[in-house]
Structures are given as structure tokens and as C-alpha cells.
Design a protein around this ligand. Structure first.
Ligand code: F0G
Length: 450
């Protein structure tokens, strides 16, 4: 069954700082008047032309459609996105990601009702695909030959895949030696021109911003508001999975802060459109060694963001100068969410706990559980409240981290290694002779200790 789009959504761009409403964006997606970020808004929504009940049925009915756009968990919600003609849409059937109950993690965190929306179950194994399908399609519509991004790995993997599907060339700028092999290998296989720059992620962003001003290259970082629009759909899909009954809390990792901005935007828009009746609190968790947004909120009351040199083993969020901090701040304020920071040991431990629930994720995603434990201890999250963690990347994105963690050689300091040991979560592989008795003895010892 193919269901045609009923109405073309009217959208406009607006600067988040000065409110200018340009007809089109500059190559760097910055406001030409004040230099801040742009966002889409939808003037037609003021006098609600969209009936919430009808939208919910339409989206649900598309789940049985054979049309490729209807099968995408992003394009299925196209009534809430700016209009892009179907002939430009590039889709890998992204979205449609599972919502898992996490009983073991719930016990560890001290909450009754804990779920994870696993965005690592997307086609390139990270949440980036939801934004990339939409933004890459915008590049295609604009007739671009080249698309480009700076990345800690997942954006580049996703961009390379969507560019390839759309017959566009892609240029990837990544920090040398600071991204996982899994992510680098994806960019190579999908055919990206991959440059490992001798700098960090923030250095790659600087070069890219210069490049797009000089060359007709379409920028696919999350300053591009099309990325945010696509990523919004994760929150819409989540609400659908929860029967449109919002949880009390949603917890996301914070790096460049595009994802928290996108999810928060969707939460506010769904409330405006009466698709939901209340706002969950959206909280953002950073690694302690890459915590500029945590410090912006806690130390500077949201007045300024001081860039830093970032360091964390959760390389996906090793970001010292997040582009979307003002958008994320608005989301915290609108939803009454909190910001937290977590240590490397807390990240490693939380990751193994998510693994032990049979779900697994990459290190950056595990900050959500580590952060939840802290928010629970501080009393911000109550034991009876419902919580959804957004897991942003797949376990197999960074097997190096996982193997080192379980072998006990992830951390440089002995104190950190001991702290993890104390949690009894390490499961190092055991090398044995090919001898049945040795295997049985190992099995019996494990049974005694369990
Ligand atoms: N989790 C994972 C797995 C990520 O790859 C990222 C960001 C984040 C969380 C943070 O999301 O930046 O929207 O706040 N990765 C980017 C990249 C920066 O280049 O792949 P954010």
C-alpha cells in the first residue's frame, strides 16, 4: 500500500540568536547577520492544520506499506519535516529502532522502569543515519557533487554510506589516531575520500568550515539544520512505541550537542501539535574529560561555553567546543532537564552492565546509564519514575575498548583498573588446552562463583 503525502510541509529557516529568517542558508549554515546557528520552524503549525489523531493513524498505517519512504523510520514521519521531493530522498530504511527493557541496569540504577532506545540498530550502526538520510537528500536536491563532514567517526561512516547511495562524493575529515577502527573502516568501504588530520575533532571542524567557504561542498555536520530535522524522528518514533505516553526522563549523551537539540526540538513540537500531553525531562551526560557543556551549565549558569582540550576513551564524544550548545541549553530549560558528567571508570562499568542485559552499546552511549545512576543518587530521578536512555551507537563500533576493558588493560592508572575490578563485571577470555576436563573444570568454577 502506498500512501501519498497529503500536505507539503511549509518550513522556514530562522536564526536561534537574532531571529533573522533567511530564505536560504549560507554554505556554513551560519546566520549571515550574527553568525549563530539556524533552525527550521513551521509557520503552518500555528493554526493547527495537522490533526494529531489522523497523523498517528497515518504513521502507523505506513508500517505495513511496501513503499521505501514509508518503510523508513524517518520519512514515515515526513509531515513533521521540511518538504523534500521523493525523487531526491536517499534512504537505507533507517530508524525503526527497538526499544528494550533493561531489567539488570534498572536494578543497578535503582529505578523500576528503565528502557533503552537503541539507535545503534540503524543501517550504519549509529543514530547519525536518521539525520543523514534527510540532510544527504537535501544535498542531492541542491545538486551537490561533494558532501563533507568533520567527525569522531560515526558521522563520517553514515555520511559516506548515504553519499554513496545518492551517487555523491564524500570527503571525511577525522582526527588522526582518535577514532575507532570500526568507524574508519566503514568510511573507507563506503568510498569516502578520508583525510586523517593531525589535530582533534575541533581542529577538523575549523578546517572544514574554511573549506566550505571556498569550495562548492555541502556541509553535513549537525550545524546543518537538516540533520537536526531527521534526528528529531527518533523522539517521535519513541513516543509512538510508548503509545504516545511520554516517559518522565529521557537521557542522552552530549558531544557536539546536535542529538540532544534534535530530540528536545521534537519533544517541544509534539507537545505543540498535541501529539503528546506533557514534556519528559531531557538530561544530557558528558564524559568528565570532555565536559564543556556540563561546565557551561554548572559553572557559568549557561551564560558562556568555554572550549577545552577534550580527552576521553569514549572517542565519539571527545569534543571540546560543541557547536550546538545554545540549542541544547534551550532544550534543558524547556524540559527542565539536568546535566551530568561521568568518569572513565563509570563509563566502562555502565557499558558492561548494558552488555550484561544482552543489549550492548559503544562507550559514548554508556554515559547515559552512568549519568542516570548519578541523577538517581542526587534525587533528580525518583525510583518510581520511567526513564528512557538513548543508546547512540552499536557495541561493535569500538571492540577495542570492550576487549581492553574485559582484559583489564583499558585504563592507565592502577586505581581505575581496581575500581572496575571491584564491580566484578570483567569477563576476560580464558585460554585453555583443547582438553574436555579443563573446560569442565572452568565451567564448574564459574558455576560455584555465580
Ligand atoms: N554518541 C555517539 C555514538 C556519537 O557518535 C556521538 C557524536 C554522540 C553520542 C554525541 O552526539 O554530537 O549529537 O551530541 N558523534 C559525532 C561524530 C560528533 O562525528 O560521529 P552529539
Amino acid at each position: 500500500m502506498l500512501i501519498a503525502q497529503k500536505t507539503e510541509t511549509t518550513s522556514k529557516l530562522r536564526c536561534i540568536a537574532c531571529g533573522a529568517t533567511p530564505d536560504s542558508a549560507a554554505q556554513d549554515f551560519r546566520c549571515t547577520a550574527c553568525g549563530d546557528l539556524l533552525e527550521f520552524f513551521f509557520p503552518g503549525w500555528v493554526s493547527p492544520a495537522l490533526d494529531p489523531g489522523a497523523l498517528k493513524s497515518l504513521w502507523l498505517s505506513r508500517r505495513t506499506s511496501l513503499d521505501s519512504l514509508d518503510q523508513s523510520g524517518v520519512w514515515r514521519f515526513r509531515e513533521l519535516l521540511p518538504h523534500i521531493p521523493a525523487e531526491h530522498a536517499i534512504t537505507l530504511r533507517e530508524g525503526n529502532t527497538p526499544l528494550y527493557h533493561l531489567p539488570r541496569c534498572a536494578r543497578e540504577a535503582g529505578v523500576d522502569n528503565l528502557h533503552a532506545k537503541h539507535q545503534g540498530m540503524n543501517p550504519t550502526a549509529s543514530f547519525k543515519d536518521t539525520g543523514m538520510t534527510f540532510a544527504a537528500s537535501a544535498a542531492h536536491q541542491g545538486g551537490f557533487r561533494w558532501v563533507a563532514c568533520a567527525s569522531t567517526g560515526n558521522t563520517s561512516a553514515s555520511m559516506a554510506a548515504y553519499a554513496a547511495r545518492g551517487n555523491m562524493h564524500s570527503l571525511v575529515l577525522i582526527p588522526e589516531g582518535q577514532i575507532s577502527w570500526g568507524k574508519l573502516s566503514q568510511a573507507l568501504d563506503y568510498g569516502a575520500l578520508t583525510c586523517q588530520l593531525r589535530t582533534d575533532f575541533d581542529g577538523c571542524v575549523r578546517i572544514l568550515n574554511e573549506l566550505v567557504r571556498q569550495k562548492p561542498v555541502y556541509l553535513l555536520n549537525s550545524v546543518n539544520p537538516c540533520r537536526i530535522e531527521g534526528q528529531k524522528t527518533a523522539a517521535i518514533e519513541l513516543m509512538e512505541q510508548l503509545g504516545w505516553e511520554p516517559p518522565d526522563h529521557i537521557i542522552v549523551p552530549g558531544g557536539n550537542l546536535g542529538n540532544s537539540s534534535a530530540i528536545g526540538k521534537a519533544l517541544v513540537e509534539m507537545l505543540e501539535l498535541k501529539l503528546t500531553s506533557r514534556l519528559p525531562k531531557l538530561s544530557i551526560i558528558q564524559a568528565q574529560g570532555a565536559n564543556p557543556f556540563y561546565r557551561c551549565v554548572r559553572e557559568f549558569g549557561g551564560k558562556k561555553l568555554e572550549p577545552m582540550i577534550a580527552g576521553t576513551l569514549a572517542t565519539a564524544i571527545r569534543i571540546g567546543n560543541p557547536a550546538s550548545w545554545k540549542k541544547a541549553l534551550r532544550v534543558l530549560q524547556a524540559t527542565g532537564g539536568e546535566v551530568e558528567q561521568v568518569t572513565e571508570v563509570e563509563i566502562g562499568t555502565a557499558k558492561a552492565e548494558i552488555g550484561a542485559d544482552g543489549v550492548g552499546c559503544e562507550p559514548a552511549s554508556a554515559v547515559t546509564l552512568a549519568g542516570l545512576k548519578k541523577l538517581r543518587r542526587s534525587g533528580f530521578v525518583k525510583s518510581g519514575e520511567s526513564v528512557v536512555l538513548i543508546l547512540t551507537g552499536h557495541l561493535l563500533k569500538d571492540p577495542d575498548f570492550t576487549i581492553k576493558f574485559h582484559r583489564g588493560d583499558l585504563f592507565e592508572s592502577a586505581a581505575e583498573t581496581e575500581a572496575v575490578q571491584a564491580e566484578s563485571l570483567r569477563r576476560a577470555p580464558i585460554v585453555l588446552d583443547a582438553d574436555l576436563r579443563a573446560v569442565i573444570a572452568t565451567l564448574e568454577a564459574a558455576e560455584r562463583n555465580s
